[in-house]
Design a protein around this ligand. Structure first.
Ligand code: ASP
Ligand code: MG
Length: 436
């Protein structure tokens, strides 16, 4: 069985939902994972913000807007008056629940319940539409098998057991439909897999049921070899190794959520990125590809801060790096890039929340310098060190751009370079010109 996931834009209107179902029926027996209609999760978050700030009138007016949008979707999506009536019951029920939060105390628990409504709406409406088309579909409630542990990580054993039980007790359907994003936490409350988490749901389900393939449908024809917003003439990369895809997702390729790669990779299940607007285009397939010694793609990650600690005492000293890293760990700040020399170390972070205490504590080990508004440019491919020439090509491409840090050798799959924000677009363009 394949797991196929459709993102917000792929279910973004009644017409898109219909197109999406055309794609589903081509695949045989499938598990379908849906996001909320595009814009809905943002609206729900803005409604919770208003409720938290006691702006109930404003929240109710947003709920009214949302209700209008969904009523129109029901009208357009569902052809028979019978299923339209059922669709309106769904909309009514969920808007009623949303309104019920007005005037109550909104805590984290209630926020999580509210943001889950987006995926509930999309799946219930698509379920009605599939039934109207005579398809053999069953709607499974993700909250009954998706679960995270106390540390927020998915409880993969629980997920595997519960989804397998669900499928075993409903063995004969063609389409199993469920919500992305939604789960329960370790104490059984409604929770979620974080923004963009529907990809993660698909990958977790895929590995739990040992799917033949995981398909992620969006509105772009695969992972491109550079950012099409800044570089002309980019092209989809047809094949990527799991590690290459993980680097690209993490370093800025918006098409795939970074967390999605790991479960598919450990279960060795191919992930295919496909485009609902061009269903027959090949897209990108991610799997354990054979080494091909090629540079595949370039991505950029914005809002990076570089911190340099220069200490004469690092000379021949051991324990210096540990002390430096401990400070970042203590302040829950992840490090992206690292470069070292005999007398200093530079690291980058993408979260400045705790930068003041970090700098303060680092200062006891040496002189600290901070460069803000930087961008990591990440070149990804099969870059095993015994292959010759690609470091030279990358550096040569950026010969006229000031580069603050270069990092290579941490993995076989990436070279990272740190440049100023204003040099980002030029760097992406130069790399495309020189490498492809
Ligand atoms: N609806 C959620 C979000 O907008 C999850 C997802 O679409 O992946 O973040
Ligand atoms: Mg998404």
């Amino acid at each position: 069985m394949k797991v196929i996931k459709f993102g917000g834009t792929s279910v973004g209107s009644a017409q898109r939902m219909k197109n999406m179902v055309d794609i589903v029926v081509r695949e045989g027996k499938v598990m379908v994972v849906l996001s909320a209609m595009s814009g809905t999760t943002n609206s729900l978050i803005s409604i919770t913000d208003k409720l938290k700030n006691n702006l109930d009138e404003e929240a109710l007016s947003c709920i009214g807007e949302l209700e209008k949008k969904y009523t129109a979707t029901v009208d357009e999506l569902l052809p028979s008056s019978d299923s339209r009536a059922k669709g309106l019951v769904v909309v009514d029920e969920i808007m009623g629940k949303l309104r019920g939060y007005a005037g109550t105390n909104i805590k984290v628990k209630q926020e999580k319940e509210i943001v889950a409504f987006g995926e509930k709406l999309s799946t219930r409406l698509v379920n009605l539409y599939m039934r109207e088309r005579g398809l053999d579909v069953i709607l499974l409630d993700a909250a009954e098998f998706m679960r995270i542990k106390e540390d927020g990580e998915p409880d993969t054993e629980y997920i595997k057991k519960h989804i397998t039980d669900k499928l075993d007790s409903n063995p004969s359907h063609m389409i199993y439909l469920t919500q992305g994003f939604i789960c329960r936490n370790h104490i059984g409350e409604i929770d979620n897999l974080q923004r963009g988490g529907s990809d993660y749901t698909a990958s977790l389900i895929g590995s739990a049921i040992n799917a033949d393939e995981i398909q992620i449908w969006t509105d772009i024809d695969g992972m491109h070899n550079n950012d099409p917003r800044f570089v002309e003439g980019t092209a989809p990369v047809h094949e990527l190794h799991f590690e290459e895809a993980a680097e690209l997702a993490y370093f800025g390729a918006k098409i795939l959520h970074p967390t999605c790669v790991q479960p598919a990779k450990s279960a060795n299940i191919p992930v295919r990125l496909l485009n609902t607007m061009q269903p027959d285009a090949p897209g990108t397939v991610i799997y354990n590809t054979k080494p091909d010694h090629k540079i595949k793609a370039i991505a950029a990650k914005d809002n990076i801060t570089a911190i340099k600690i220069k200490s004469s005492r690092m000379l021949l000293a051991y324990g210096f790096l540990r002390k430096v890293f401990e400070i970042f760990e203590k302040h829950h700040t992840a490090i992206d890039m690292i470069t070292t020399s005999e007398v200093g170390v530079s690291v980058t972070i993408d979260n400045e929340d705790n930068i003041d205490p970090i700098i303060n504590e680092l200062s006891q080990y040496g002189a600290v310098t901070v460069d803000r508004d930087m961008v990591i440019i990440c070149v990804v491919g099969d870059l095993e060190w015994q292959n010759r020439g690609f470091e030279a090509k990358v550096v040569d491409a950026l010969r006229n751009v000031p580069v603050r840090m270069i990092s290579y050798g941490g993995s076989n799959y990436n070279i990272s370079l740190l440049v100023k924000k204003e040099d980002k677009i030029r760097s992406l363009q130069l790399l495309s010109e020189h490498l492809f």
